[in-house]
Design a protein around this ligand. Structure first.
Ligand code: IMP
Length: 190
């Protein structure tokens, strides 16, 4: 196995490249910075674990263009160990502090059914945030059916299970620098 490429043989095709992610993150950060030019600060709420890469990159990009940011993380469970949504949202890790009066931006890896997000937005609003917006790197077609206003979207992708850039299959493939689709045999052997 060549160094750093253990996963290359498992990937059927790349959906979003590393360069595309970098350029899009920059673009989204500029938009957010322009929209929140008058805000004192932004509170980024990352949804673990999938948003880990995007959170780090969007926070750095906002550092170049926007108001000061603070970061918080929540962990909720919506998917089990497979590839379909259970529809059940459970808080595994809550916010560490009060968000009253704060401009909150939820940082999401992907919006699929939108179940997680619509639940999360209600929850954050109930905690008296001044505003709650969402930035999602990826969005699947089903998300359009649900009434979840995702203000900032990176890429609309087909309705396929993807991995990489934080997204996993059974906790693997999060470290890939791009977003891709696994070969069918990977599922067969797990
Ligand atoms: P939703 O509630 O169906 O919108 O799903 C939200 C969560 O499911 C995301 O934050 C991801 O963690 C996970 N998820 C949805 N689609 C995928 C995928 O294609 N690959 C990996 N995880 C996914």
């Amino acid at each position: 196995m060549a160094e750093g490429t253990w996963y290359a043989g498992d990937i059927d095709r790349v959906i979003v490249t590393e360069d595309q992610i970098r350029a899009k993150t920059e673009e989204l950060a500029k938009q957010i910075a322009a929209d929140y030019a008058d805000a004192d600060s932004l509170l980024l709420v990352g949804v673990l674990k999938g948003a880990l890469m995007f959170m780090a990159d969007i926070a750095r990009a906002l550092g170049r263009y926007g108001p000061p940011v603070e970061v918080e993380f929540m962990a909720v469970s919506s998917y089990g160990q497979g590839t379909t949504s259970s529809g059940v949202v459970r808080i595994l890790k809550d916010l560490d502090r009060d968000i009253t009066g704060r401009h909150v931006i939820v940082v999401e890896d992907i919006v699929d059914s939108g179940l997680t997000l619509s639940w999360l937005m209600k929850y954050l609003r109930s905690r008296s945030a001044a505003s709650v917006d969402v930035v999602a790197l990826l969005r699947k077609p089903d998300a359009v059916k649900v009434q979840v206003p995702v203000r900032y979207v990176g890429f609309d992708i087909p309705s396929e299970f993807v991995v990489g850039y934080g997204l996993d299959f059974d906790e693997r493939y999060r470290e890939l620098p791009y977003v891709g689709v696994l070969k069918p045999e990977v599922y067969a052997r797990s």
